[in-house]
Write a protein that binds this ligand. Structure first.
Ligand code: ARG
Length: 462
């Protein structure tokens, strides 16, 4: 069929191998809705401008609606030997309505057609992923609310550092996802311009009106320059980058969930619905879901680097290399969608083991910095001297098998007599956490403020 409608110059039937390499229908059939919607808008514009007759427009529009139904009901299967989705739809239209169908491609090329279909698809999925991010942020904020007082050891280098609360920790991820959301929405705005009407590369002599199609398709306006538009795939790279960054964040959260589920931690328990067993070890409960989320980050990174590499060095304008733009994007969108859905479900059902977390705060002298800060504040010591004195207190606690918060006043004063009795309560872990009241800090009152601010932001997005 493809040969009949678009190969004026080619007289021999294509080699089977060429078709296998060249045909994109097996994957770009994903774009059938966008292709039909774009064709409808284009036909409407052609008739408004008097380029095709009203009668032809009515036939084209009705024919395209029928094709949409045929595809969705499985009547038209998109598995023929058409080169791509554009040829398949146009071919089927002409089969159905005859000559009027052949007028649809006036003032249009597959170059602007594919740029349109793909951009519409990316724009839609950008919004859809952004919505899923909001859901995840809401879930994290809810966990934060329930755990603004749940202490755990904050870490650097995966070593116990200072006491923080679990709500604060969840808000760190909510903040990452918020930036991700904003990145998706920024991309949406930047790319919301219509490619259709650019034709092959240089525009068209037909008296088209690109504003009509832009408006009908929900774009802000037509793009500025046709040569750029038919060769631009930045919008696809942006969604790939946005997904890769979002999945990178998700993989860090996943890694923590995996660690926290280990017997050495037992800080969280994933619901049985989100864990799997082992085929040989009957006792096992494995965190496969966060492992897969962590793992899937690899493929979305690959998709980003893949398209960057395809686009690098291509001369203007359209080159067939660019047909390689789609599969990675489809894959990344599918991966991101499923991952975000699974993540929010799993987080909502995860159990937080508050007692285990708080117990862990007694390991690692988490309030040591508070002793140093005390000596600076109360005894006027230079921080570096205070740091060394505190080191001695840590060593003493270690030699006694205690945490620094468990040292008696006598123990502390044996290290340095400038240590007063008011220090004992400062070294308590909760006091230490709540002392970190600086803006953006972990003190419960600050955490609650951060929750409020996130909630206000969420309400604004709805
Ligand atoms: N299937 C092609 C793609 O995905 C459509 C554009 C083809 N244009 C062309 N002049 N061969 O990029």
């Amino acid at each position: 069929m493809s040969k009949k409608i678009a190969s004026a110059r080619i007289s021999e039937k294509s080699s089977q191998l060429l078709q296998e390499l060249n045909n994109s229908l097996p994957f770009d059939k994903t774009l059938y809705r966008e292709d039909i919607e774009g064709s409808k808008a284009h036909a409407f514009m052609l008739s408004q401008q008097g380029i095709i007759s009203k009668e032809d427009y009515v036939k084209i529009d009705a024919g395209l609606s029928e094709i949409l139904e045929e595809i969705e009901s499985g009547l038209f299967t998109l598995d023929g030997d058409d080169e791509d989705i554009h040829m398949a739809v146009e071919g089927r239209l002409t089969q159905k309505i005859g000559d009027a169908g052949k007028r649809l491609h006036t003032a249009r090329s597959r170059n602007d057609q594919v740029a349109l279909d793909f951009r519409l698809y990316v724009q839609r999925n950008t919004k859809m992923i952004a919505e899923l991010l909001l859901e995840n942020i809401a879930t994290l904020v809810k966990i934060a609310e329930e755990n603004a007082e749940t202490m755990l050891p904050g870490m650097t280098h995966l070593q116990h550092a200072q006491p923080i609360n679990f709500g604060y920790h969840m808000l760190a991820y909510a903040s990452m996802f918020k930036r991700d959301y904003e990145r998706f929405m920024n991309s949406y705005e930047r790319n919301n311009y219509s490619p259709i009407g650019c034709a092959a590369l240089a525009g068209t002599p037909h008296p088209i009106n690109r504003k009509i199609t832009a408006e009908r398709l929900g774009f802000n306006a037509p793009t500025l320059n046709c040569l750029d538009t038919v060769s631009d795939r930045d919008f696809a790279l942006e969604i790939l980058f946005n997904i890769a960054t979002m999945m990178m964040h998700m993989s860090r959260l996943s890694e923590e969930l995996i660690l926290w589920s280990a017997s050495e931690f037992r800080w969280v328990t994933l619901s049985d619905r989100h864990a799997t067993g082992s085929s040989i070890m009957p006792q096992k409960k494995n965190p496969d879901i966060p492992e897969l989320l962590r793992g899937k980050t690899g493929r979305v990174n690959g998709n980003l680097v893949g398209l960057l590499t395809v686009m690098k060095g291509l001369p203007l304008a359209y080159n067939k290399d660019m047909q390689e733009d789609k599969e990675g994007v489809f894959d990344s969108i599918r991966t991101a969608t499923l991952s975000l859905q699974v993540l929010s479900e799993m987080m909502a059902e995860m159990k937080v083991n508050k007692i285990q977390m708080e117990k862990a705060c007694m390991i690692g002298h988490l309030s040591a910095t508070d002793l140093a800060d005390y000596l600076v504040r109360e005894a006027g010591l230079p921080f570096r001297d205070a740091y060394h004195i505190t080191g001695n207190a840590v060593n003493l606690a270690e030699s006694k098998g205690l945490d620094i918060s468990e040292l008696s006043l006598e123990d502390l004063q044996s290290i340095d007599e400038r240590i007063g009795e008011d220090v004992v309560e400062l070294l308590d872990n909760r006091a230490s956490m709540n002392a970190r009241k600086s803006e953006g800090g972990t003190a419960t009152e600050r955490t609650l403020e951060q929750i409020k601010s996130m909630e206000a932001w969420l309400t604004n997005q709805m």
